[in-house]
Design a protein around this ligand. Structure first.
Ligand SMILES: [Zn+2]
Length: 462
């Protein structure tokens, strides 16, 4: 293994900084920086100021940068004008925490047996703090490292609506990085994980208006169009009972994996805990039983889900025999690299119009998928760093979800590797009640991330 010479000292630091780290994490989690809704506007501002002060304390030139929504925070640390820049991204906002299953107060964090329990502890404040300590460690010992630009967002949990504009508006002074480092993902079982592919997303509503009022089905039925029946039949032509997408342009998307990706998938499949997946999914019936196929569907193939209708009757046991004049269906798609959100909307539009010209497709917004090839040198360094920090080599994983900032980074700074190093555990409860973060993961994370940043600076020394 390629342990750095400073590893013993780094291990010491990762241990000795824990009282300070814990105190800081408890302070951060006690700020209810919920981005959904408007209730926590002042808390988001307070969180931004806390994050700025934290970065400043460790030698960053840091400021709060306003956006049309809640602010971003930028901290710059230039160690050498000739050194490359790396951008570190985390988010300081959190999910709401109103679930009745909380056993403690979500914003009065509890420290219990090395675990911090509270909203935002693992998503994403703990992982963010580890990177700050990793950077502080390298800087304080004069160990080679890249220049670092930390960008914190406070709207990640609501889909990063203003992040693209933030990058555009501040591009003049932001540093153009060689690569982007993110710690906002999850271990695969007991294994460290590096996520190299994240799906994009597109939301649409299909609307069909056939009349102006409810009609009696005995007087008009059979003679007039029933928009709900038509829309259901169109939707059934978009996705079948096996979960397969039938729209030709989307079904034809290339989801094949190269040999390196095949190998990575087989490694994950070999340790995948199907029983846990079954339990976590509430025993949901599945489209596939083969683990490899399950992972292919979640990570590597596009999906289309129908979520709901308006203009339909909902009350169970009551049937009003009226034909509704108009109906809307909510549909979302998870996209793989190569599927452009705008092109997906056009494909759906022409598909539905070829069946019924009256159906309108409303674009509710989309984001592109993101992908860093497994052969990328930054991923190779991240793999070594995870092995050093977490004691075993990482698995390379996909993700069915989306981190809204990543496609924006890739739009503004194309071709930069995005490196996602996980510190959180599956059991931490992302977005769930009783969210927690194991401090030992933060401690190991500091070792992994400091090793990574040191190795990155080595990539640029001839
Ligand atoms: Zn997150």
């Amino acid at each position: 293994m390629h342990s750095p010479a400073f590893l013993p000292d780094l291990l010491d630091y990762s241990q000795s900084c824990m009282p300070e780290y814990t105190k800081q994490l408890l302070e951060m989690v006690s700020i209810p920086s919920v981005s959904a809704g408007t209730e926590h506007h002042a808390d988001l501002k307070k969180m931004a100021e806390y994050a700025r002060d934290l970065l400043a304390k460790y030698g960053f030139t840091a400021k709060v940068v306003p956006t049309k929504g809640s602010p971003a925070i930028v901290g710059l640390m230039e160690v050498d004008p000739k050194a490359p820049w790396i951008t570190v991204y985390n988010h300081m906002d959190v999910q709401p925490a109103k679930e009745p299953q909380w056993k403690t107060s979500p914003f009065e964090p509890l420290l219990k047996e090395g675990i911090v329990i509270g909203r935002g502890s693992t998503d994403d404040k703990g992982p963010a703090l580890s990177i700050v300590h990793a950077i502080h460690y390298l800087k304080s010992r004069n160990i080679p490292m890249p220049n670092v630009q930390v960008i914190y967002e406070t709207e990640e949990e609501i889909g990063s609506p203003n992040f693209g504009a933030f990058l555009d508006d501040n591009k003049g002074w932001l540093k153009d990085p060689e690569s982007i480092l993110i710690s906002d993902t999850i271990f695969e079982g007991e294994h460290p994980a590096i996520t190299y592919k994240l799906k994009g997303m597109q939301r649409v509503e299909l609307e069909l208006v056939s009349g102006s009022k409810d009609l009696h089905s005995g007087i008009f039925g059979g003679a007039v169009e029933n928009p709900l029946s038509i829309l259901i039949s169109v939707l059934a032509k978009m996705v079948n009972e096996k979960g397969d997408i039938l729209i030709p342009e989307i079904a034809a998307a290339n989801s094949s994996l190269n040999p390196e990706e095949e190998k990575a998938l087989s490694e994950v499949a070999s340790i995948f805990d199907l029983d846990k997946f079954t339990k976590d999914s509430g025993e949901a019936k599945r489209y596939a039983e083969d683990i490899r196929e399950i992972l292919m569907r979640i990570w590597h193939k596009p999906t289309l889900e129908i979520h709901g209708f308006s203009g339909a009757q909902h009350e169970i046991g009551v049937l009003k025999s009226a034909i509704s004049p108009s109906v809307r269906a909510k549909v979302s798609l998870r996209l793989i690299p190569g599927l452009e959100p705008k092109a997906i909307v056009s494909a759906i539009q022409s598909f539905v119009k070829s069946i019924h010209p009256g159906i309108e497709v409303h674009d509710l917004g989309g984001q592109k998928a993101s992908f860093t090839p497994l052969s990328d040198p930054f991923l190779k360094e991240a793999s070594v760093a995870c092995t050093v920090g977490f004691g075993r080599p990482p698995l390379f994983t996909g993700c069915g979800g989306t981190i809204g900032a990543i496609p924006q980074f890739q739009r503004v700074w194309p071709q930069r590797a995005v490196v996602l190093i996980a510190q959180s555990l599956m059991s931490d409860g992302y977005h769930a009640p009783n969210e927690q973060f194991e401090l030992i993961q933060g401690q190991r994370g500091i070792v992994a991330l400091a090793t990574y940043l040191n190795r990155v600076s080595g990539m640029f020394r001839a």
